[in-house]
Design a protein around this ligand. Sequence first.
Ligand code: HEM
Length: 386
Amino acid sequence: MEGISRRKMLIMGSGALGALSMATPAQASGSDPRWIWDPEADPVVASILDRGQVPEVNRLLRTWTRNDQPLPAGLPADLRAFIDKARELPSWANQSTLDRAADFVETKGTYLILLYGLGGGMLSCAIPNEARAVYYSKGGADLKDRAAKTGKLGYDIQERNAFQPDGHLLVTAVKTRLVHAAVRHLLPQSPYWKQGIPISQNDMLVTWHTLPTYVMRKLTEWRVRVTPAESAAFLHVWQVTAHMLGIRDEFIPATWEAANAQSKQVLDPAMGRTREGVDLADRILDISAKGITPGGSTRPLLNALARYVVGDRAADMAAIPREVVWEPLIRTGVPAWIALRENLTPLPLVPKIAWTLDEAIRKYILFYLSGGEQISIEIPDANRPS
Ligand code: HEM
């Protein structure tokens, strides 16, 4: 073990390489997630980009949407071989556990989408590696479109049949893996990009923790009722999704305990303020406010809500504006809203702010999920035009 950094020791010792991983000790000790990207997807997508085949591949893949659907004819052979392997569920995926998650995902859907979208969305702006990658990539120029496409994954993971033959999540995850591979090839060619190859396994883990780990922490903090079986099933959904997105099994946390420990190691130090992240947060909040009310008049409410869900540290990094009127309202309003949703308050006693929030959050979710069926995730063939 000599020469292994403290950080890597922590990752390994935390249980991140726990029961899930079938990795041999040699593999485990030889791998550092900062220096691994996606060795299966990256060369395939790089050669498609170099061969100028992206528009044709996107055209063909637009028709490929269902988990059980055969690939369209005409795809380059190397891509077809990659996808056919990548779309397979891992051997350790447990269908009955995934099915068990469906009720939880449905009943807690409002919290989940709010926390993935507003919470995870703002946190990603406070992660320099991710904020810069999004800012300088093609989607950085059209955030509305980009947000809708990211929402597609949120939409598909919320489906009851997400992992079943008639669901869509496996397709969306594999397409996302292709997009990430394209970004790894394209961004280093951007004159604005100085960070080497983006989206390492470590970066993927960082972002993963802004999703399930962060969400489960919030649900616990908010005292939302979650049974141990539901909690385990939700973790499993995201373990399988991590695998489908190309995260190596040996890095996927085996338990919530391991997830929380790994989140402390990888996410906390990965956070910071950047010009790019501040700009993205501002534009995302603007788009979201306009999604709730056409004129965007809910922006102050949304600022306060966003700050509440991510906390002051991340909110300051993303420069979410302070709201003297709304912040105290939200501080009492969110617990009241949760009590309303959990049926803990007799209706006549529900304060007005809880209804206001309920309405705004409902519209927010509708806005982000409305395009879920039609949207198609496409491989970019260029960076953000300067
Ligand atoms: C694209 C999800 C990690 C940067 C996407 C898309 C999804 C997605 C659904 C497709 C949307 C689109 O095409 O616009 C995820 C998930 C992650 C993750 C679930 C981890 C669990 C990361 C990380 C980075 C990153 C770590 C950077 C450090 C990007 C970029 C795009 C993208 C730059 C393409 C934007 C474009 O040019 O269109 N991601 N992502 N992602 N992702 Fe990720």
